[in-house]
Design a protein around this ligand. Structure first.
Ligand SMILES: Nc1ncnc2c1ncn2[C@@H]1O[C@H](COP(=O)(O)OP(=O)(O)OP(=O)(O)O)[C@@H](O)[C@H]1O
Length: 225
């Protein structure tokens, strides 16, 4: 039986006000992110993937339309409520590995800091083991490859106890071998009880998705599942 959606975007539109006028990044997009498995937002550059990901991650409010997250209509939440929902449920991974990590903390220190930010404890060794990074807890993060750093970024989402993991182009800054590490981590997470939403134009990642939402010029072009 298909799982209940964890995020539902209904007729979402996003405008950006720039010095030269208003730019509409997303026109009117409706989509649902299933409560398990991986949904991929695919499309060429400028199609609105990152914008929709930020809206789905509760980082940005839409200009128009509604966002339901875990059954909650987020329009009714003040910024504080939105932050709490994000803290308790959302793990966000950006495209540049170093943007996801604290550079003066060790590998294990990053996991513990992530857990603390969600007011939790974590079993750092168990997470590192799961990520294929056993024995690196005391290492400085610069000792990890880009792919390993990106794996650790997903580990931070696990340390936070995030049930919804969103990633914006997580392989785009990596060479093929490092991207492979990230794809393997995503495959592992897809087999567990997480909802994953990834924005990407990496064909290998798109092929991995349980559902693919294709965007073009800020509009929904099609969906496969
Ligand atoms: N902060 C902003 N100010 C103005 N325009 C923006 C802003 N962010 C996004 N846009 C515009 O919104 C549209 C969608 O951008 P978005 O970054 O969401 O696309 P994308 O599919 O993620 O592209 P890419 O793959 O290049 O990251 C583009 O036309 C972009 O120029």
């Amino acid at each position: 039986m298909p799982s209940e959606p964890v995020i539902e975007l209904d007729s979402v539109g996003v405008d950006y006000h720039t010095a030269t006028g208003t730019v509409t990044g997303v026109h009117s997009v409706s989509l649902a992110v299933a409560g398990e498995g991986m949904t991929v937002l695919a499309g060429p550059s400028g199609s609105g993937k990152s914008t929709l990901l930020r809206v789905a991650a509760l980082v940005e409010r839409p200009t128009r339309g509604s966002v339901r997250f875990a059954g909650v209509d987020t329009a009714g939440l003040r910024d504080r409520g939105l932050r709490a929902l994000r803290r308790d449920r959302v793990g966000l991974v950006f495209q540049r590995p170093t943007d996801n990590l604290v550079d003066y903390l060790s590998v294990g220190g990053n996991l513990h800091a992530a857990a603390r930010s969600a007011r939790r404890d974590c079993d750092a060794e168990a997470i590192l083991d799961r990520l294929g990074l056993a024995g690196t807890a005391d290492w400085h993060i610069s000792a990890l490859s880009g792919g390993q750093q990106q794996r650790l970024a997903f580990g931070c989402a696990l340390a936070r106890g995030s049930t919804v993991i969103l990633a914006d182009e997580p392989t785009s800054q990596l060479d093929d071998a490092s991207a492979d590490l990230v794809l393997r981590t995503l495959t592992d997470l897809m087999d567990s009880e997480h909802a994953i939403l990834v924005a990407s134009h990496d064909d290998r990642l798109v092929e991995l998705g349980d559902r693919v939402v294709r965007l073009r010029a800020g509009r929904l072009e099609g969906q496969t599942s």
